[in-house]
Design a protein around this ligand. Structure first.
Ligand code: SF4
Length: 475
């Protein structure tokens, strides 16, 4: 085995409770305690023997906790995001102060699309990786000269060099299991998602999404628009391995952009999971046929995370969602009839939003009535078509995507609809969806069945109300 640099993979500390690690699509502090697994960092970590993955926010680690780690390593790979970049640069500088010989590189969609700009932010950053950085990082950890590593921008003698692009990874089975890294370095009980059973484990079975939604970060940056997938056997073997590692885990979540983009494969994986007898859930577009839903449900599917985004067909068309509202309604009816739970996600303030479309969306959500929902503000990430459109049309009224506490900020404003009105619409959406007798009784019924669920829902309910109050005062 080749010698490797002693390598630290770090999701740095930034905002308190910040769910912005190498697995979060919307990097922000959430309404309730929420952490995705740092899967994009676990993948290269699995390729570098004896490395260590530190995910600071879920572990409750602050800068004084992580800075001394620098002395134990030769190489530190930091995952960053649009929301946390300034904080992450400060962490890189603190690591360098602890160990001047430490080599520090940044990875993540935010820097992959503006590599030289990221390097210019601080001399502490030696290199920035482009997309598909798994093997890029492995080669650096093997001690190869940076000039010989594809997919990289780096600093040399006061200027920046860029190496050849790294082609997209086609053999996805070449990526080792992330669950081995989770077991080695993470504590599964520290990871929460409100609508998933606790504890849960999430991972990817492929990369890329066929759709071209203009606001969506990963397919336009790190993943691409082909769904490149691991084999069915590879996925099922990893879940079998996870069960051996984590007998306490209650649910597995497949966080592929759109797990249902390849229906025959989704059904084949489901059958494999059914044989294992696990409970699982995944992302889906609101167009999965009833026959497939039934196969998935019969093989352990509990919940679908569905990006409805808007109840206005015009807005869905503006953002190239590729979904018809009538079909989304039919899909939802079918899923609910099969007993599949739905967590719906919506976005306020997308291009074309008006006071009327906000009303249409809230009405639509109340009518289709997913079990739970999340309402986000439109977030124009660099590297997306939405960002470009916002720049060109003068909609971008502030740069920071989060406020001083790490909570999502409203950044897009339109001549007919201010960003403060869009900000306020999120709270009104939540209140009008959740504060209805049918939703309140639904929660009470769920809580009555299980004491642990009851405790969790009470804590989350209090947290949610505090979140709304804080948000209200900062509006
Ligand atoms: S379907 Fe979902 S994952 Fe795919 S581009 Fe659209 S929002 Fe992104």
């Amino acid at each position: 085995m080749a010698d490797y640099l002693r390598t630290l993979f770090l999701h740095p500390p930034s905002f308190r409770g910040f769910d912005g690690g190498a697995g979060a699509r919307y990097q922000a502090r959430r309404e309730i305690r929420s952490f995705w697994y740092p899967t994009w960092l676990a993948q290269p970590a699995a390729l570098v023997p004896d490395s260590r993955l530190v995910d600071a926010p879920p572990a409750g680690l602050a800068l004084p906790d992580v800075a001394p780690l620098a002395r134990e390593y030769d190489l530190a790979v930091l995952h960053t995001s649009a929301a946390s970049f300034a904080h992450d640069v400060r962490v890189a500088e603190a690591l360098k102060r602890e160990n001047a010989g430490l080599r520090v590189g940044f990875v993540g969609a935010h820097v992959a699309v503006q590599r030289e700009r990221a390097l210019a932010a601080s001399p502490a950053i030696e290199f920035v990786a482009g997309n598909e950085f798994d093997f890029t990082i492995q080669e650096i950890a093997q001690g190869r000269p940076l000039a010989a590593v594809a997919g990289l921008s780096y600093r040399v003698n006061g200027h920046f060099e860029r190496t050849a692009e790294r082609p997209p990874l086609e053999n996805m089975d070449a990526l080792p299991f992330v669950v081995d890294v989770y077991r080695r370095d993470l504590v599964v009980e520290q990871y929460f998602i409100g609508y998933l059973l606790h504890p849960y484990v999430s991972l990817y079975t492929g990369r890329g999404c066929r759709s071209r939604c203009t606001f969506c970060l990963w397919p336009q940056t790190v993943g691409g628009h082909r769904y490149r997938t691991r084999s069915v056997e590879h996925v099922v073997s990893e879940i079998a391995q996870a069960r051996r590692h984590f007998p306490q885990v209650k649910e597995y979540f497949f966080d592929d952009d759109t797990f249902t983009d390849d229906l025959p494969r989704a059904e084949a994986i489901a059958r494999g999971l059914g044989r294992l007898g696990v409970t699982w859930s995944c992302n889906a577009k609101a167009n999965v046929p009833a026959s497939t839903l039934k196969v998935l449900r019969d093989n352990g599917l509990r919940l679908l995370l569905v990006g409805y985004e808007s109840g206005s067909q015009a807005i869905l068309n503006n953002v190239k969602k590729g979904v018809r509202l009538d079909l989304a309604r039919e899909f939802t009816r079918n899923a609910k009839a099969l007993g599949i739970k739905i967590h719906g996600t919506f976005i306020m303030g997308l291009p074309g939003e008006t006071r009327e479309t906000i009303e249409e969306t809230i009405t639509f959500a109340r009518q289709i009535d997913p079990d739970s929902l999340q309402v986000s503000l439109a977030a124009p990430y660099p590297g997306t078509a939405l960002y470009q459109e916002a720049l060109e049309r003068g909609w971008l009224e502030r740069d920071e995507l989060v406020d001083a506490g790490g909570v999502q900020a409203s950044v897009l404003g339109y001549p007919h609809l201010s960003r403060t009105e869009i900000f306020a619409s999120v709270e009104s959406f939540y209140r009008r969806f959740y504060f209805r007798p049918r939703k309140i009784f639904g929660f009470l019924r769920e809580m009555a069945t299980d004491a642990a669920v009851c405790r969790r829902r009470l804590a989350e309910g209090a947290e949610f109300v505090r979140f709304l109050a804080r948000r209200h005062s900062s509006a």
